[in-house]
Design a protein around this ligand. Structure first.
Ligand SMILES: Nc1nc2c(ncn2[C@@H]2O[C@H](COP(=O)(O)OP(=O)(O)O)[C@@H](O)[C@H]2O)c(=O)[nH]1
Ligand SMILES: [Mg+2]
Length: 224
């Protein structure tokens, strides 16, 4: 009998999502953990906390704790506590809003400050709202340059359509745990996303639902 999923101890990863208000952090988190996108913009107050269980190649079970931090807390006294102990930080900006890109430097500095002389967490740069390509104000190579200069991996996503969202989180978890993503796995994540696009446009369900994929579960609570 092969190893069952229960035999593999679950790894916990803390992912902290930072960036300017309205760049799409909450949308990204809800798209990933609840497979939904709701349009009305409500400013995140304090912190939202999401949990999603995934399974990586080699039957590695991972609980992703996703911390969605209110953009208004740059300089806030709690911010450094939230970042502390993060395995990864996702710096999110809006590709149609140049100042959200310019402010990445400040967000990066906050993380550096928390880490002091210790190691930095895995740093991912996320250009969100890719569905608004026609309104883009930050060129792709600007993002790539910033990522390179700051030792970050770089992703372009759309929380609205779901493009590359699942792939991005799966890749981050795989990189941290040094697990390779297989080609079929990459393709599977991209296929699921395409299906989500169709569903999200037609869906009028506003309530968070349980995920359908058996190895994945999510939940949300709010911490002020
Ligand atoms: N077109 C588009 N709009 C988005 C996307 N992500 C978020 N938004 C919208 O941008 C606004 C701010 O999103 P929100 O997730 O609340 O941003 P946060 O303040 O960073 O958490 C909302 O009106 C969202 O509907 C995206 O990928 N594409
Ligand atoms: Mg928010």
């Amino acid at each position: 009998m092969s190893d069952s999923e229960e035999d593999t101890p679950e790894r916990q990863l803390k992912l902290v999502v930072l960036g300017d208000g309205a760049s799409g952090k909450t949308s990204l988190c809800t798209r990933y953990t609840q497979e939904q996108f709701s349009k009305p913009y409500g400013q995140t107050v304090g912190l939202d906390f999401y949990l999603k269980r995934i399974c990586l190649q080699g039957n590695i079970n991972v609980a992703l704790q996703v911390w969605d931090i209110g953009g208004q807390t740059l300089g806030g006294s709690m911010l450094e506590n939230y970042i502390f102990g993060a395995h990864a930080v996702l710096l999110v900006y809006d590709i149609t809003n140049f100042s959200s890109f310019e402010n990445l430097e400040d967000w990066f500095k906050v993380v550096s400050k928390v880490c002091g002389s210790g190691p930095m967490p895995y740093m991912a740069l996320i250009g969100n709202k890719r569905d608004l390509e026609h309104m883009r104000t930050v060129k792709e190579d600007k993002q790539q340059k910033f990522a390179q200069e700051h030792g970050m991996t770089s992703y372009f996503v759309s929380a609205k359509t779901g493009e590359s969202v699942s792939f991005c989180f799966q890749k981050i978890a795989s990189d941290i745990l040094q697990v390779r993503m297989s080609k079929p796995e990459v393709e599977q994540h991209q296929r699921v996303l395409k299906a989500e696009v169709i569903n999200s446009n037609n869906s009028n369900s506003a309530t968070p639902t349980q995920l359908h994929r058996p190895q994945q579960q999510s939940s949300l609570c709010n911490i002020m």
